[in-house]
Design a protein around this ligand. Structure first.
Ligand code: TEU
Ligand code: CA
Length: 555
């Protein structure tokens, strides 16, 4: 099928982690009014859609991904009136707004779960997944481990049964088999759509359907079984998304992006096929999961470009004319891309951040920009466990130490390399106290490098990462080939250079990125009559790409 032209294919999405974006009242926590105050900055960047990580009422066990009321705003973030004002002010500037939809699980403090756990025969019991334990109820129903360490089952003494939580025990999984649960969710989604939001980013969208409750495979050295074979991409999931589409999404001009860890390109075509029966697009994880893992998800090894290329080319070609790709390096769960795939050493940071940007915006799909990525913000390199706030890191620290799976020093190295808090340190606005994020004490430490990496300085510097992003985003807006051009891989055996072409009508874009700090041979741009649209170097050298050089030409 041909790619039909739609606004969400042409969009550039900017992801906001509200806790860490801008604090308007000095309590150390970013908030809605803080975001509203920065809308001109965002519009100036050229992005067209904002995605807000959860701003709903939540006890904050997992920073808002544990929701206790889907129709209320977290008081730390402001009020519903503040939200309405943010939405109106964003729309006034031509910025659309996506909400985060977290409906694989609720908070254990949600009134549904409070009722559900109160007795075995209350009307909300089947809103969640309850099972008898094994061995006279003393052992969990199966061996599954939770994403945040420990068993995925918690025994609830009130009724003697176990409930399922694939994430923390304060995030009980909803029972999607129950049509009443689905109706409640569709009602709530319709309520937000009627408020005028422009779509949803859908949290752990591949996990809703559970096919069986058999023990999972235990990886070598792992403490628990893997739930994937029973809980990820199970056949019923597509019934749910087709139903959600019919009951909610198809009634509005909205976009959706499903967070689908564990999908292959073939599965993505089912979720995000061009027939539009389910979702607009999905987030795949293969490229951010590249590279060797040491203990569970933890590692400090760096992935190599050829593996990244194999993965990304497979997605570009696998979805071509069948579905639509999302393009991202960063989000609130990932380390900073310049630290992981580029180099944050002062000599290379700006060049490699621009190279990575060129690479992403040169592909086909909708790009997602995570707050601070446009500045080339880096990992924070916390040295002490006390610096961390993320439940995933804190639980892994406890569990892996107790089980002697790694030394303290190794764990701190892994967390520094890939821990989620690397993405969650405050946005670096300027050189004033706390990087201009807050007049109070930030809930998590500011990266010490804010004096040299911040938006105010980068606005003024024509060679900054920020101004490079503005240029890339403008190029995409002005040249439909960036959005709709087909993808043709080049130099597939090269160890250092990732290159491809895009073709649209009678034009050709050539994109090449040197992923190394070395000067490497490359003749792609020699003698070609193409016009350079963008590069992170002012001049070219014949026969080579310079360290971390990236270039896009148009013929
Ligand atoms: O993340 C889901 C997910 O599978 C992972 O990315 C997860 O963050 C972790 O890295 C597992 O090792 C989503 C949200 O993006 C994340 O912030 C939430 O913690 C999680 O769902 C639960 O709602
Ligand atoms: Ca605040």
């Amino acid at each position: 099928m041909e790619q039909k032209h739609t606004w969400w294919k042409e969009a550039v999405v900017y992801q906001i982690y509200p806790r860490s974006f801008a604090d308007s009242n000095g309590d150390g926590v970013g908030d809605l009014n803080g975001i509203t105050a920065k809308l001109d900055y965002l519009a100036g960047l050229g992005v067209t859609v904002l995605w807000l990580c959860p701003v709903y009422a939540s006890p904050n066990d997992d920073n808002g991904y544990d929701i206790s009321d889907y129709r209320a705003i977290q008081p730390e973030f402001g009020t519903m009136a503040d939200f309405d004002r943010l939405l109106a002010q964003a729309h006034k500037r031509g910025l659309r707004v996506l909400m985060d939809l977290v409906v694989n699980h609720t908070s254990d403090e949600h009134r549904w779960f409070q009722a559900s756990r109160s007795s075995r025969d209350n009307p909300y019991r089947d809103y969640y997944i309850w099972k008898d334990g094994k061995e006279g109820g003393t052992q969990p129903p199966n061996n599954w481990g939770s994403c945040f360490s420990g068993s995925a089952w918690e025994k609830d003494e009130a009724t003697g049964q176990y409930y399922l939580h694939l994430f923390s025990k304060k995030q009980p999984d909803l029972n999607w088999e129950n049509p009443k649960v689905r109706e409640e969710i569709y009602d709530m989604m319709n309520w937000w759509c009627q408020k005028g939001i422009d779509g949803f980013r859908i949290d752990v969208a591949a996990f809703y359907a559970k096919s069986n409750f058999d023990d999972g495979r235990v990886a070598p050295g792992a403490l628990y079984g893997d739930f994937s074979a029973s809980c990820i991409n199970q056949p019923r999931i597509h019934d749910y998304f087709r139903e959600m589409n019919a009951r909610v999404l198809s009634h509005y001009d909205v976009m959706t992006v499903g967070e689908t860890g564990g999908v292959t390109p073939a599965q993505a075509v089912k979720y995000a096929g061009l027939d539009g029966g389910e979702l607009s697009m999905v987030f795949q994880f293969e490229h951010v999961d590249a590279g060797e893992r040491i203990v569970g998800k933890w590692t400090d090894r760096r992935p190599q470009m050829p593996e990244l290329r194999r993965i990304l080319n497979r997605w570009q070609l696998g979805l071509a004319d069948k579905a639509w790709n999302s393009l991202y390096w960063n989000n609130h769960d990932q380390p900073r891309v310049v630290s992981r795939f580029g180099s944050d050493a002062p000599l290379w940071r700006t060049l490699s951040a621009k190279m990575l940007a060129t690479c992403l915006y040169g592909m086909q799909g909708t790009p997602y920009l995570y707050q601070g990525e446009e500045l080339g913000m880096t990992n924070v390199y916390f040295e002490h466990i006390e610096d961390y706030r993320d439940i995933e890191v804190l639980r892994a620290w406890e569990e892996l130490r107790a089980a002697h799976k790694a030394t303290d020093e190794q764990l701190l190295r892994y967390f520094a390399a890939i821990g989620r808090d690397n993405a969650r340190t405050p946005m670096q606005w300027d050189t004033t106290a706390n990087a201009g994020f807050s007049a109070g004490t930030p809930w998590i430490a500011v990266n010490k490098n804010y004096l040299s990496i911040n938006a105010a300085d980068e606005e003024k510097d024509p060679d900054s990462v920020l101004n490079y992003y503005k240029k890339l985003i403008a190029l995409r807006r002005e040249n439909p080939i960036f959005v709709y051009g087909g993808f043709v891989p080049l130099l597939e055996g090269d160890a250092s250079v990732y290159a491809w072409q895009r073709r649209y009508e009678d034009r050709t874009l050539t994109v090449a990125c040197n992923f190394t700090p070395d000067t490497v041979p490359c003749t792609l741009f020699d003698g070609a009559a193409g016009e350079t649209l963008i590069s992170n170097y002012h001049s070219r050298a014949a026969g080579v790409l310079q360290p971390y050089e990236a270039r896009i030409t148009l013929m």
